[in-house]
Design a binder for this molecule. Structure first.
Ligand code: BGC
Length: 760
């Protein structure tokens, strides 16, 4: 009898498993039903994205009206005639929430009234806060978030950004950038999470989780992983130019941050506008379809970058006609084209309909793309209710959000030098605040702030402080002097520094006890951000040298998206502070750090170069260490990856492992003691690096494998534990597959070293 009950139960379980397998997920059923209703033209329309400018009302001179208004006739052409499924972008600058309300309601009115079968998915680049809504909370740019080495802060940034993006009616954010920052010349270095795949993966996945939440609901948005893949590695350093990435390094360096984000559930991806190994990102079937979709199981959709279907024909020249270009990109696996201008979008729709009719694009492929797009529209709730109620977002621009942005900047700004404890700044003397980046918010925010390039200061957030204003506010205006000394301008399309008020600067230097010299870059991104040299302009360095000649204590404050080379002014500086692009509350944060109210805890997310002709990364093979003298001391950056000082002293001791020899199945644990020997508490980033001594393919000396940011109270010691597995130590072999290493490995933590062996 017992046996019978057991057998009956087993049959019941097996039966329910079988029916579960044949029963489709309700979301998939819904997508099937929606897809069935669509005509060929409607399906093609779903794959088309236009920019907001296409539907905005204009004055007689062609300028978009302020406040922004949707032109009903243009909208009708986009939605009723061409059945377009997606719109992106902002007009020329930040919009008010009222403007967003009217735009989002207008673009979805045809769906709400039943005239159109599909709602519009609206996308925006809210990459460091909702930077396109007046009053949005602006955080540090991604490179600064990475410098916090704090995934919890990255997640919180994304939650707040998602909230404020939804408060503006938008449900899709073109963020995060997961490209590795391994080409410091690149204008978009500041949009990356730094040079290391492990750090970028952890921070990137935290951002995706923050954007999307457990479920999208009312307060989250669909994330968009950018830009799949290899965009950041161009060998010229100029935007949208080719990269060479051998399979080994594609797999070990460039793909992991995307894989981790896919595993975290990222709903969309944007494609690399550049070229890798001769293949434009938009026609790379192997990466888009084989790796991302088939191997990794990515179920969301892939959107092209700006005009990139067209660029296959006009720039990259892999397609002889536009029609061929569209077919090539679509068949490679790009599901939506950011066409995005008019009349090009009309041509796109016509060409695509014909391509399906003639069989160049199969209906199966079109259905796959549309299914993916509909999936994201269903998950983001657009089919249920595309409207939004701005009243539901009372925390928009709230003090608690501003405090979160301030805290992110506080944990990100990195102290690179502090000789003779010049910092914390003492009150009492005269502070000269100078330099081209000292007195405008645009230098704290960078590009993608109110406008695309972020240089127009007309839209700066009210009541946020420049570095000058924050220092004057804290130390008293009467104790401060200010003069620019130099300014950043654009000449012949390139950034340049010109001296201004140089005599005044020289005079004020004489009166100053300490100089806070703010150097850096003009906000810029993409093509407009291309530069000729990584060296910081000589005029800016001259300002520092003038102060050194007068024996002044100089605190260099760097506001820059790229690590600009400053080698000849490092030695003379008393202190150097890397702010990256810390956002609207960056100056408040800087002052709290400079005056010692808060301790520094940021660490470099990249290797800071010393010379313009030598670019090094911390995870280099031993040949890079080999010097002319024949020893292994040649690796010589200005500052190493992971470096950053604080006002405390942390001593490392007792680096231990649970064993000295492991099989590939065993758990490997590492522990270390960290002691704060100072009288103030500190947040320390404990970093674990591991290197394979010998390997079939040249091993790197060390790679970051774990880190933990821990708060250590004053005069306190604690133990920090880590666990890794042999899987974390795998490498890509000559056949292009991940395999286990074996033999001896070195472990480096905080200047300590130990070893273990791994047995395959
Ligand atoms: C950029 C993308 C961005 C898109 C939409 C492109 O030019 O490369 O990163 O998301 O524009 O604004």
């Amino acid at each position: 009898m017992k046996h019978f009950i057991f057998a009956a139960a087993l049959v019941a379980v097996l039966f329910s498993c079988a029916t579960m397998r044949t029963q489709k997920d309700p979301i998939e059923n819904r997508i099937d039903a929606l897809l069935k209703e669509l005509s060929l033209e409607e399906k093609v329309g779903q794959t088309c994205q236009v920019t907001l400018d296409v539907i905005l009302k204009r004055d007689a001179k062609g300028n978009a009206l302020i406040p922004a208004q949707v032109d009903e006739a243009l909208l009708s052409e986009v939605i009723d005639t061409y059945k377009v499924g997606s719109i992106l972008n902002v007009g020329s600058h930040t919009l008010t929430r009222n403007e967003w309300t009217s735009i989002i309601s207008a673009v979805n009115a045809p769906y709400v009234s039943g005239k159109s079968k599909s709602p519009i998915i609206y996308g925006i680049d809210a990459i460091h806060g909702m930077n396109y809504t007046v009053g949005g909370t602006l955080f540090p740019q991604e490179i600064g978030l990475a410098a916090s080495w704090n995934p919890a802060l990255a997640k919180q940034f994304a939650e707040i950004t998602a909230y404020e993006t939804r408060a503006s009616g938008v449900r899709w954010n073109f963020s995060p950038v997961l490209d590795l920052g391994r080409q410091p010349l690149w204008s978009r270095n500041f949009e990356t999470l730094g040079e290391d795949p492990y750090l970028a993966s952890l921070m990137g996945a935290a951002i995706v989780e923050g954007y999307q939440g457990e479920a999208i609901g009312q307060y989250h948005v669909a994330a968009c992983m950018k830009h799949f893949v290899g965009y950041s590695a161009s060998y010229s350093g100029r935007d949208r130019t080719p990269a060479w990435i051998p399979e080994k390094y594609m797999k070990e360096l460039y793909l992991p941050s995307f894989k981790k984000a896919v595993d975290a559930g990222a709903l969309t991806v944007m494609i690399n506008s550049g070229v890798v190994n001769g293949v434009p990102g938009h026609v790379n079937y192997q990466l888009l379809t084989e790796t991302l979709k088939n191997e990794w199981g990515f179920k969301g959709f892939a959107v092209s970058d700006w005009e990139d279907f067209i660029m296959l024909h006009t720039v990259h020249r892999t397609s002889e006609s536009l029609a061929d270009a569209y077919v090539a990109a679509f068949n490679a696996g790009v599901d939506m084209s950011m066409v995005p201008l008019s009349p090009q979008y009309k041509e796109y729709c016509d060409i695509m309909v014909n391509a399906v009719k003639s069989g160049k694009i199969s209906m199966e492929r079109l259905d796959d793309a549309v299914r993916r797009i509909l999936r994201v529209k269903v998950i983001t709730g657009l089919y249920d209710d595309p409207s939004f109620n701005p009243e539901m977002y009372s925390d928009f621009g709230s003090d608690k959000f501003k405090t979160a942005a301030l805290n992110s900047a506080l944990e990100s700004i990195t102290l690179l030098k502090n000789d003779n404890n010049v910092l914390p700044l003492q009150t009492g003397g005269k502070i000269l605040i100078a330099g081209p980046t000292a007195d405008n918010l645009v230098f704290l925010n960078g590009a993608w702030t109110h406008t695309w390039q972020g240089v127009d200061s007309n839209y700066n957030t009210q009541n946020c402080k420049t570095v000058r204003q924050a220092i004057e506010g804290k130390f008293g205006k009467e104790n401060c002097l200010y003069t620019k000394g130099a300014e950043l301008v654009i000449e012949n399309n390139f950034e340049k520094t010109n001296f201004v008020d140089l005599e005044d600067y020289a005079k004020k230097l004489d009166q100053a006890d300490v100089v806070v010299l703010c150097l850096g870059e003009m906000p810029s991104t993409e093509k407009p951000g291309d530069i000729h040299s990584l060296n910081l302009d000589p005029e800016q360095r001259e300002l520092a040298k003038m102060a050194y000649k007068k024996n002044k204590k100089v605190v260099l404050v760097l506001l820059e998206g790229r690590p600009r080379i400053i080698h000849d002014i490092v030695e003379g500086a008393a202190a150097i502070v890397q702010c990256y692009l810390p956002g609207d509350y960056g100056a408040d944060a800087l002052v709290k750090l400079l005056n010692g109210e808060v301790n520094f805890s940021g660490k470099l997310p990249y290797t800071y170069p010393k010379y313009d002709g030598v670019i090094e990364f911390y995870d280099h093979p031993r040949s890079v260490d080999r010097s002319k003298a024949g020893d292994f001391s040649a690796y010589n950056p200005e500052w190493d990856f992971g470096f950053g000082l604080s006002y405390s002293k942390v001593e490392y001791s007792a680096l231990k492992m649970n064993n000295t020899s492991f099989t590939t199945e065993e758990k490997i644990t590492i522990s270390v003691n960290v002691k704060n020997t100072s009288n103030r508490s500190v947040k320390e980033v404990v970093q674990v690096y591991i290197g394979d001594m010998y390997s079939e393919l040249v091993p790197e000396g060390k790679k970051l494998k774990r880190f933990s940011k821990v708060e250590i109270p004053a005069n306190t010691e604690m133990t920090v534990d880590f666990e890794i597995s042999a899987k974390d130590l795998m490498f890509v072999n000559q056949q292009g597959i991940f395999v286990h290493g074996d033999g001896e490995f070195n472990v480096f933590v905080g200047g300590l070293e130990t070893h273990f062996t791994l047995n395959k």
